[in-house]
Ligand binder design. Structure first.
Ligand code: WT7
Length: 656
């Protein structure tokens, strides 16, 4: 069958009986959760997590939307992810097979991890980090990233991991918002075959005199020349290596904050989403077991996300480690030194469960199936997808060329805010429908609402996805801004519904299809970016008067950032004079990279004379999206000045 005809067909995949026979997920879970929601989650908590003090009430929702799960319970997340596996006799089991981009490797067993985490916790305490202090982590994908997170969790110091691809500016804002006392970073990391520095961005972020940061702990990864600030900067190996290998893990309250993770919202200011210890860990452990079907004694799991995103938090650190699983951690890019690197890694370690993003799948599709077929990938038994909708074509390609036509695929919908997987098939239970995340997992309740906020179940009608019951891993708020938490998530359809910000529909079989964001949030390669944040970065450039950003659909990255920019008078005159339009576009793209990070760089910047606005002055992004996606311009009747769109289009044709 040609790939084309494969993609045309409506195909579903019933569970393979052999897979089902060994699966952790069962049909009964749905019934149990349906019968007793809180009882179900109490059971998960007791079965999967070790509590130092048992909890009383499972859920306290009396101060909704501020939830308290596992009231009165006490636990230590690091103990649950590390020590208890050693105590159970699994100290020799590999926790992390680390593969550096240049080909260097490290094998870290659970006993090793216990020693490393304990040393790091002792070192942090010696630097004055105590329970409740916040710690920024700005590292490449190296084991120290997981070790640092677990050391913080052990102490009860909430970590705030900032993706290594974010700029100094972005790091500065996040450090200040969470008032971090310490930053853990490295000299650099390997990226596309070369060392790439990281520490200079930390130095730049801390330049301001009023920084809360007292110490910077620097891991030596690349050996690059690195400036160390006297009295502030310390090498990890000088402080952590000599520290004691034993550290008593104190129990923390179930609602003690575990971490803060910043994500883009509809305004220019990123939101510090915070999660607490008990509920988050329970749902991570549960979903790793039933959705990723982890069997710690035999699986080799690999999640290709970066630790700087929530996927890395929940499905590299907390979920798999709480299960005592063995996993691969890879530092670099998929095409270094060649386009088969991932498949070489799968073959080398015998990876059984692979969790990645649709944008990666589409890239591999473009590179061609003759690359993966050069490697022995027969160890794979389950595939996962996360970050954006996976189109049926990519799903079918993934199943055929990566999954050898035998592996089930779990398309998992969730968010930084939800903390863990919410909507997904259960492998071995669900008949799979390519392109759909299908059903809420047992214990989770979702509905689709119309514009009036009424739930409906008709097929093919488009509405808004909402979550209708609190769940253990739900965000507990926005750091320092409880009002924004209420306004953003619990007001659009009233206080009973968590508004996810995604469009959704049912198909005739009752499966849920996620249709992308309905707010001013873009999804580029599974990374969340805010139109407002990029607009304000553009406007901060001295030559820019006004900017409007839209996410235009893109075959490879899902959406791409397209910016429409009005220049200041002086800049227009200057650009005309020296004919520097092209340079200016480059300058603006670089400016966005400097302000936010390379991932936010617009694919396209169009210099325009006007922006389409309503009479009340709101920019009509819908019309700009039509331009960016090369469509007929839609309804312009609400424009204040109806000639604007033709001005924009003419300008673009002339400029092209
Ligand atoms: C947004 C959340 C979940 C961790 C990575 C992204 C989109 C995520 C799916 C999926 C369709 C998806 C949604 C969501 N999204 N997974 N399987 N199908 N859309 O976390 O940065 O918080 O972004 O990603 O739009 O709201 P995030």
């Amino acid at each position: 069958m040609s790939e084309e005809s494969l993609s045309q067909e409506h195909h579903t995949f019933a569970p393979d009986p052999a897979f089902a026979a060994q699966a952790n997920g069962t049909k009964e879970l749905y019934a149990a959760a349906e019968a007793d929601h809180e009882g179900f989650w109490a059971q998960q908590a007791r079965d999967r997590i070790s509590w130092a003090t048992d909890f009383g009430q499972t859920l306290d929702w009396s101060d909704a939307p501020f939830a308290r799960w596992y009231v009165g319970g006490e636990l230590n997340a690091a103990y649950n992810c590390v020590d208890r596996h050693v105590e159970a006799g699994h100290g020799d089991r590999v926790a992390i097979h680390f593969e550096g981009e240049p080909g260097d490797t490290r094998t870290i067993t659970y006993a090793d991890l216990q020693r490393e985490v304990s040393k790091a916790a002792n070192a942090l305490e010696s630097l004055g980090v105590g329970k409740g202090d916040t710690v920024a982590i700005y590292l490449p994908m190296i084991p120290e990233a997981a070790i640092a997170m677990l050391a913080c969790a052990r102490i009860g110091a909430p970590h705030s991991v900032v993706f290594g691809g974010f700029s100094a500016e972005a790091l500065n804002t996040r450090i200040n918002d969470a008032q971090c006392k310490i930053v853990i970073t490295s000299d650099g990391g390997y990226r596309r075959g070369a060392p790439s520095p990281l520490k200079p961005a930390v130095d730049a972020a801390l330049e301001h005199a009023d920084t809360p940061v007292e110490k910077v702990l620097v891991v030596r990864r690349t050996g690059q020349d690195t400036t160390m600030v006297e009295g502030r900067d310390l090498w990890w190996h000088d402080v952590v290596d000599p520290a004691s290998e034993s550290h008593e893990a104190q129990p923390h309250d179930a609602e003690h904050p575990l971490f803060i993770l910043y994500t883009s919202g509809t305004t220019g200011k990123p939101k510090g989403i915070f999660h607490t210890t008990g509920g988050y860990l329970v749902q991570c452990a549960y979903t790793s077991a039933v959705v990723h079907d982890l069997h710690p004694e035999r699986d080799v799991y690999w999640c290709t996300a970066d630790i700087g995103w929530v996927t890395g938090h929940s499905y590299i650190v907390y979920g798999p480690l709480a299960n005592g699983a063995t996993q691969v951690m890879y530092e670099g890019t998929p095409d270094t030194p060649h386009r088969g690197r991932w498949w070489e890694i799968v073959a080398k370690y015998g990876v059984t469960v692979l969790y990645t993003a649709p944008t990666a799948v589409r890239t591999f599709m473009k590179w061609g199936h003759d690359i993966p077929t050069q490697f022995d990938m027969s160890s794979l038994r389950l595939l996962g997808s996360v970050g954006e909708p996976i189109n049926p074509e990519a799903w079918l390609w993934y199943r055929k060329w990566i999954g050898g036509d035998r592996c089930p695929i779990v398309d998992t919908w969730w968010q930084t805010e939800t903390g863990a997987i919410m909507i997904s098939p259960l492998p071995g239970v669900t008949t799979l429908e390519p392109g759909s995340a299908q059903l809420p997992i047992p214990g989770i309740s979702a509905e689709i609402l119309d514009d009036e906020g009424q739930p409906f179940t008709e097929a093919e009608k488009v509405g808004y996805l909402v979550l209708t019951k609190p769940w253990p891993a739900m965000l507990r708020g926005i750091w320092g801004d409880p009002q924004r938490y209420k306004d953003t998530y619990w007001s659009r359809f009233g206080p009973k519904y968590y508004f996810a910000g995604d469009g959704a529909k049912y198909d005739v079989d009752g499966n849920i299809w996620l249709l992308g964001r309905v707010d001013d949030v873009m999804n580029v390669s599974g990374h969340r970016l805010s139109t407002a944040e990029i607009e304000s970065a553009l406007v901060s450039h001295p030559k820019v008067a006004e900017a409007a950003v839209v996410g235009a659909s893109d075959e490879m990255t899902g959406q791409a950032v397209c910016a429409f920019v009005i220049l200041r008078q002086e800049a227009v005159a200057e650009a005309d004079e020296v004919g520097e339009g092209v340079d200016l576009v480059k300058e603006l793209r670089d400016h966005v990279a400097k302000e936010i990070g390379p991932i936010a760089k617009p694919r396209q910047i169009m210099i325009v004379p006007e922006l389409p606005k309503t009479r009340s002055g709101k920019i009509m992004r819908r019309l700009l999206k039509d331009v960016a996606e090369n469509r007929e311009i839609g309804d312009v009747t609400t424009l204040a000045d109806s000639s604007v769109m033709s001005l924009i289009k003419e300008g673009l044709v002339a400029g092209a």
